[in-house]
Design a protein around this ligand. Sequence first.
Ligand SMILES: C[S@@+](CC[C@H](N)C(=O)[O-])C[C@H]1O[C@@H](n2cnc3c(N)ncnc32)[C@H](O)[C@@H]1O
Length: 216
Amino acid sequence: MKKEGKLRRFQELLERENKRVNLVSKQMSREELEKHFEDCLEFARYWDATGKLVADIGSGGGLPGMVLAIVFSEGKFCLIEADSKKSAFLTMAGRELNLPNVSVITERVEAIGRDDGFRAMFDFVLVRAVARLNVLVEYGLPLLKRGGLLVAWKGRNCNVELKEAVRALEVIGGQVKDLKAYCLLGGQRYLVAIEKVKETPEAYPRRIGVPEKRPL
Ligand SMILES: C[S@@+](CC[C@H](N)C(=O)[O-])C[C@H]1O[C@@H](n2cnc3c(N)ncnc32)[C@H](O)[C@@H]1O
């Protein structure tokens, strides 16, 4: 099956399984879901994940990780999702679509970031609709190689979140490298690219739940 066919098939699977498991909003129409796919694909306008190791934090129904794994079949995608029902859907979809470049981990990202098998391994870490930037910096940067990029999908609150994240960037070792603005889903959207510029101090990420409860 070609990539366009796989994207369509993935959308059908998502629509079908969303009736049983909460993968995306129940009220979302087919047209809206298509826009969410477009939002994920915005990444491919600026970056190339061919031959790269990519993590998607809080992948949910597979946005953006599964969509981009279909597009970049030569990249290796690791979808990290704490909710076991959602991760079971991701595993099923990866199998159904014959995507050997996708692996799914059912775990909180704070635990993955402290695991030597994953820490400092990735070229890209993607994250969409999971938490505010100051929290995402602590979730994402530990997973990256030095020089790797954390790419976060953000809405109109982006500038406020960027200001809030100054301390987290300093402590964890990140630098805003790029900000891509576009209009979609009825408003202003941004891709924020943060480069890992130094090794993450041992103490981070903190214990499960702490980054969100007490952001840096
Ligand atoms: C609002 S959904 C967004 C899903 C998807 N990224 C999207 O854009 O549609 C947030 C997802 O992140 C997962 N999540 C939140 N915190 C997490 C963490 N610390 N580790 C792993 N997954 C997490 C939740 O289980 C949920 O599926």
